[in-house]
Design a binder for this molecule. Sequence first.
Ligand code: HEC
Length: 118
Amino acid sequence: MSRRVTTLLITLTICFIGLFLVDHGATADGVVFTTEFTENPKTLAAGKKIWVKQCAKCHGQRAYPGKAPKLKPSKYKIEFVYRRITKGFRGMPSWKRKYGKLERMSVTAYVMSPNFVQ
Ligand code: HEC
């Protein structure tokens, strides 16, 4: 069983590395968003979970006014959203210590997706 798990993990790792290497608009710190990543239902589900748990507190859920500005994803570039989440800005906390790169990328993808609700 352990050998199968190891093979699976290695395969998954290679797939993820492959995803990141496809060249579509890299961010300043080398993060690359591919449509394979941003449209993946698993990515969006993981991102939504983080949004509901952490971000909605300040940014407000639908029909509930939050303390932070309402996001306007159609006005943002995906790299901007990722940078704000990673580095923070004034009242917006940095999430670099709390969430790994993949998690920050997932919540970014969710915010920029048609599924996004505040
Ligand atoms: C502690 C409250 C708080 C939490 C939690 C929070 N934010 Fe923010 N966020 C803010 C505030 C306040 C701003 C406005 C900062 C400014 O421009 O002065 C902001 C700004 C932003 C912006 C830029 C908006 C713009 O138009 O400039 C994005 C994108 C964003 N937040 C996404 C997120 C995401 C995604 C999460 C969850 C990981 C999150 N925020 C969690 C308070 C918060």
